[in-house]
Design a protein around this ligand. Structure first.
Ligand SMILES: *Cc1c(COP(=O)(O)O)cnc(C)c1O
Length: 420
């Protein structure tokens, strides 16, 4: 069920909109923190650490909130590494999980002392030839291939471009061991937006088993396992959130059987969730500009899919609340659309909603991950501002909206009149 109770009222949003024009993304600090507390508590039996997948909402203020709660950062690009450094998280507070990696990014990750999670066995040589000596701690991303069925968003592991095969794990770790490396980690990431608790328990079991075999066959000791991200969120009213306690307990049982039970050294448990950390606690707030009646009734809003791509791109459902009409009956059927010259620029299709008027504010739910972050400038649309609703009720502007000057910053008009 999408967050039923909004953390703000119509009056509050109307007030905020006086100084921060719509559309904007607004994040709910209290919601983020309470959920994070619950997540960490579900793994309190373990030496657990979450590395937030920065790509989900790369905003330094949100990162600061998470950092205070002992969350590290999962980075996959240079910009994400730089953001982590600028908020003051370096060293093993960063997990660098990249793919098709440029040498410069390995180098920057190494300078920052990040944990480097290699995506491919050929990257070991590439790293040595371009950066230098391999780090003291190496982690490999495992692609379990046919051992694990994928889920809808990530697809089948055998088709996925990510990770080492099982054989390559043995070969790669042996090579590292022979070079004198003593610190090891193992990672996988096989799901996205998965709501089935057992999926995560099975992934953990698979990794614990492989770690047992690698330990036995290579005589190396693993320091951590990184179970990846992929915990889903209920976008539709029919869906239920993942029971984090069930996931934590299920993984604990596997750990007790396959790690402690087999006398293996204690393993730290890492995860790198993005979506479930900020997704449900971010809203895209937009104002109704026009109501258009043709073959259907269209609600035209001031946001577009450039502010939130998921509905337009894969018809993803995002719940919508008409502010001030939370309890009104949904007697109408609307398509809620933006202004892009692109017919899939719609936030909702045939959605039952209460009667909507020009000037109403709509809150589009679950926009706190892969929302603003996936924004783009097609049709010259500008990226919206990001606001943070603090736990004390105050509102902080955490990113300003783009201007036309930002959009044109890469163009030089000074010689355009002479250009023939
Ligand atoms: C995207 C990504 C994540 C986060 O995934 P969520 O579905 O947002 O939890 C974690 N790790 C890697 C390597 C990723 O690419």
């Amino acid at each position: 069920m999408p967050q039923e109770k909004l953390p703000f009222t119509r009056e509050q949003i109307a007030e905020i909109a006086k100084t921060h024009p719509t559309p904007f993304h607004i994040y709910d600090e209290q919601g983020i923190i309470e959920n994070l507390d619950r997540f960490q508590k579900a793994f309190s039996w373990a030496d657990f650490k979450e590395y937030y997948a920065v790509k989900a909402a790369p905003n330094p203020y949100l990162m600061k909130l998470l950092q205070k709660k002992n969350v590290g950062f999962d980075c996959s690009s240079l910009a994400e590494l730089e953001l982590s450094e600028r908020v003051g998280s370096v060293g093993e507070e960063i997990m660098f999980t990249s793919n098709d990696t440029p040498a410069g990014e390995f180098k920057r990750a190494a300078e920052l002392g990040a944990i480097i999670n290699f995506d491919d066995i050929s990257h070991l040589d590439y790293y040595e030839n371009t950066v230098g000596k391999l780090p003291d701690l190496v982690c490999f991303r495992y692609n379990p291939g046919e051992l694990k069925s994928g889920n809808d968003i990530i697809g089948n592991p055998t088709d996925a471009k990510y990770g080492f095969t099982r054989e390559q794990l043995f070969e790669g770790f042996a090579a590292c061991r022979d070079k004198g490396i003593t610190r090891f980690g193992l990672h996988t990431m096989v799901a996205s937006n998965e709501l089935d608790e057992q999926y995560f328990v099975e992934t953990a079991r698979l990794l614990f088993e492989v770690i047992g075999e690698l330990t036995e066959s290579l005589g190396i000791t693993f320091e951590f396992v990184n179970l990846g991200g992929g915990i889903g969120i209920p976008y539709t009213p029919e869906e239920r959130p993942v029971n984090l306690e069930t996931v934590g307990e299920g993984i604990r049982k596997e750990y007790e059987t396959l790690i402690t039970g087999k006398g293996l050294s204690p393993l730290k448990i890492y995860m790198e969730c993005g979506r479930m950390i900020t997704g449900p606690y971010g809203y895209l707030v937009t104002k109704v500009r026009h109501i258009k009646n043709t073959y259907k009734t269209f609600v035209g809003v001031d946001a577009t899919m450039a502010n939130l791509m998921r509905p337009g791109m894969y018809e993803a459902y995002h719940h919508i609340t008409v502010l001030g009409k939370e309890t009104a009956e949904a007697t109408e059927v609307y398509d809620v659309a933006g202004s892009l010259c692109e017919n899939n620029d719609k936030f909702a299709l045939d959605r039952k909603l209460p009667p909507i008027e020009r000037g109403d504010f709509l809150a589009i739910h679950d926009a706190g991950a892969h929302g603003h972050a996936m924004g783009f400038n097609y049709n010259g649309k500008l990226r919206s501002a990001e606001l943070l609703l603090r736990s004390d009720g105050s509102v902080v502007h955490i990113r300003r909206a783009e201007t036309l000057n930002d959009l044109f910053a890469t163009l030089d008009f000074t010689s355009i009149s002479e250009f023939k």
